[in-house]
Design a protein around this ligand. Structure first.
Ligand code: COD
Ligand code: ZN
Ligand code: ZN
Length: 370
């Protein structure tokens, strides 16, 4: 058992509390990782705010981490102590029917299938003050040490800077893949991205890499516009600057709507606005944001009936274990620049400050280090 520091979420609405936790050794098929750096994603905040109701407390959040293998359980062969790894929120067992389907990136054995905030054997490796602490997305990277099933651990290049490539664990991959894999943005096309957080800005990067000729960035916080332009947005608009609905503004700007629209906020109303913003017949709208538990959508079916395609994406459509090492290599080859997404760095003890920066709209990604 290792004793280490972790930021524990004891209850909804309470700040994280820095505690000494005990981390049990990895069981068969599990890997214990020393987390070096971890990003703060809005989804962590959504759990703290009680927006996602299927999470059990107390819990150790964090799902955008990178670290070094400390020890492995019986039967683990794909990684060894000392390897640099990224724990992925979406596993790839390689054996289930979805993993065997080249079109799918969902793994039937992942934690989303049977969301329980415990490892696959339905137990936790974390305790604090005599209490069992839950896992989150099988990552729990707000702990200096964490235990993860082998099939959710990805070995990456030993040269990778962990304090940067941690973003490949969630935000960057989700956004970039939404454009490249899910939308399959074509060169010369027109795109609109709703929401310019770390994930939305990664969509902008993906649209640019795919050769889009117009990338219209949409956000109610104009402070996000400079970064969006730096990453490839050709125009930035604030819905609050217009009297008419944003879908009408975008349709007028482009003639018949954009070729691809992306909702990267997680609100029901912006999901429908994004759908209505794309070309009525050939447009493709990608849903990236997850709305609050229990949300329902109401929309005019004619929006889809005329020919639009509405798609969702999970972690950007990547088969995580095979794609993440390649994404890390592409980063090392400077094919994209993750560094621009990182606006703040803080020690884990200041995790709450990182959340405050996010809530105030002042940060894109804060990377916490141990
Ligand atoms: N119109 C335009 N922009 C808006 C509006 C609005 N009505 N409301 C908010 N925004 C902007 C905010 O100003 C902000 O800039 C941006 O939307 C949201 O950015 P962040 O920084 O809060 O969030 P991200 O980029 O870290 O995460 C966004 C997600 C939508 C991905 C996240 O909230 C979510 O839903 N996560 C679950 C979805 C998923 O698959 N995630 C992968 C694992 S986390
Ligand atoms: Zn995330
Ligand atoms: Zn699988």
């Amino acid at each position: 058992v290792i004793k280490c520091r972790a930021a524990v979420a004891w209850a909804v609405g309470k700040p994280l509390s820095i505690e000494e936790v005990e981390v049990a050794p990895p069981k068969a098929g599990e890997v214990r990782i020393k987390i070096v750096a971890t990003g703060i994603c809005r989804s962590d905040d959504h759990v703290l705010e009680g927006y996602f109701r299927n999470i059990d407390f107390p819990v150790i959040l964090g799902h955008e981490g990178a670290g070094i293998v400390e020890s492995v359980g019986e039967g683990v062969t794909s990684v060894k102590p000392g390897d640099k790894v990224i724990p992925t929120p979406l596993s790839q067992c390689g054996e289930c029917s979805f993993c065997l389907n080249p079109e799918s990136n969902y793994c039937l054995k992942c934690h989303f299938t049977e969301s329980q905030c415990l490892l696959p054997d339905k137990t936790s490796r974390f305790t604090c003050k005599g209490k069992q602490i839950h896992h989150f997305m099988w990552v729990s990277s707000f702990s200096e040490y964490t235990v993860i099933p082998e099939y959710a651990v990805v070995k990456i290049d030993a040269a990778a800077p962990l304090d940067k490539v941690c973003l490949v664990g969630c935000g960057f991959s989700t956004g970039y893949g939404a454009a490249i894999n899910t939308a399959k943005v074509k060169p010369g096309s027109t795109c609109a991205v709703f929401g310019l957080g770390g994930v939305g800005l990664s969509v902008v990067m993906g649209c640019k890499a795919a050769g889009a000729s117009r990338i219209i960035a949409v956000d109610i916080n104009k402070d996000k516009f400079a970064k969006a332009k730096e990453l490839g947005a050709t125009e930035c608009i604030n819905p609050q600057d217009f009297k008419k609905p944003i879908q009408e503004v975008l349709t007028e700007m482009t003639g018949h709507g954009v070729d691809y629209s992306f909702e990267v906020i997680g609100h029901a109303d912006t999901m429908v606005a994004a759908l209505a913003s794309c070309n009525m017949n050939t447009g493709v709208c990608i849903m990236v944001g997850v709305p609050a538990s229990g949300s329902m959508l109401s929309f005019d079916p004619m929006l889809v009936l005329c020919g639009r395609t509405w798609k969702g994406t999970l972690l950007g459509g990547w088969k995580m274990r095979e794609s993440m090492p390649k994404l890390v290599s592409s980063y090392l080859e400077k094919k994209f620049n993750l560094d621009l997404l990182i606006t703040h760095r803080l020690p884990i003890a200041k995790a709450n400050e990182g959340f405050q920066l996010l809530r105030a709209g002042k940060s894109i990604r804060t990377v916490l280090h141990f």
